[in-house]
Design a protein around this ligand. Structure first.
Ligand SMILES: CCCCC/C=C\C/C=C\CC/C=C/CC(=O)SCCNC(=O)CCNC(=O)[C@H](O)C(C)(C)COP(=O)(O)OP(=O)(O)OC[C@H]1O[C@@H](n2cnc3c(N)ncnc32)[C@H](O)[C@@H]1OP(=O)(O)O
Length: 238
């Protein structure tokens, strides 16, 4: 599955819906045992959630958006397929979350790329299931430090903390993700045994999580922080 939503593969409601439909189709295809997620765009795996979906939108729309984010996570984290993230560019926040849902992460060894949960930098708090996914990937202490600082990691740092499993030359990400994953076997009961408690936690709190998100994101102070962050993104470009 090659992500293609220019300019930066941000996860809008529409794009998330497309991703969910694609994963569902592959999941039902009995001939398909594995899924490699990568990006068709240069330099960016995914810029994470589409910030415009969280800025100046109605509570109803925000709720619909958040349900789609949850659905993407539930489908990928609970997938019965072998899943590999071929991270061929930067992958902040929701992009990092998406790659952490996979069984194995291969990243391009380019120091200009970064990956991590940077929500704190936007003045927002990573939801509990983002935190849980990271804890399951890199452990409690690293997650605590990482979330408090909104830390982004270059590929070497990401490898060191276990956020990615393998670094490869940039032009070989696709090759390695197709051929070099002996470490990942066909998902069996171990995968669901390890992930089920985390999945059940969100499933049982899904509606409350949507309410929390909507009331948090529509607060004036949070809208102001997001607006300032958007300005910063645009200025950084000039
Ligand atoms: C206490 C109570 C707790 C309750 C908690 C309840 C709920 C929790 C609440 C909220 C949680 C919300 C979770 C959010 C997770 C997210 O994913 S937020 C998104 C975070 N993403 C980012 O910060 C990425 C920002 N982007 C970048 O760093 C760079 O763009 C890039 C990805 C590294 C690429 O760089 P590059 O130089 O190639 O591109 P540009 O920067 O020039 O960008 C091009 C263009 O795209 C726009 N853009 C970039 N990222 C996004 C985005 N994520 N969404 C929308 N638009 C984006 C950028 O502004 C440029 O636009 P242009 O100027 O109009 O061309």
């Amino acid at each position: 599955m090659s992500l293609q939503n220019p300019p930066v593969n941000s996860l809008s409601l529409e794009f998330l819906t497309d991703i969910c439909i694609s994963v569902e189709k592959l999941e039902m295809d009995k001939t398909c045992r594995g899924l490699i997620i990568t990006s068709s765009l240069p330099k960016v795996f995914s810029a994470g959630l589409d910030i415009m979906e969280m800025y100046g939108k109605s509570p109803e729309r925000c709720g619909e958006f958040w349900r789609a984010v949850q659905e993407m996570w539930l489908k990928l984290y609970g997938s019965n397929m072998v899943t590999i993230a071929a991270i061929n560019g930067s992958s902040p926040a929701g992009g990092c979350l998406m790659s952490m849902t996979c069984d194995y992460r291969i990243m391009a060894d380019n120091p200009r790329y970064s990956i991590g949960l940077n929500e704190t930098q936007l003045g927002i708090v990573a939801p509990f299931w983002f935190k849980d996914t990271m804890t399951n990937t890199v452990g409690h202490r690293t997650t605590e430090l990482s979330l408090q600082l909104g830390q982004m990691y270059n590929p070497a740092e990401a490898l060191k903390i276990g956020l990615v499993d393998q670094l490869v030359p940039e032009d070989q990400v696709s090759h390695y993700s197709h051929t070099n994953h002996d470490q990942v076997t066909t998902p069996d009961r171990s995968k669901s045994m390890m992930r089920k408690p985390t999945i059940d936690k969100l499933t049982s709190k899904r509606e409350a999580d949507i309410q929390n998100f909507v009331s948090f994101i529509t607060k004036d102070s949070i809208q102001k922080s997001i607006g300032m962050y958007l300005e910063m993104l645009k200025k950084r470009k000039r």
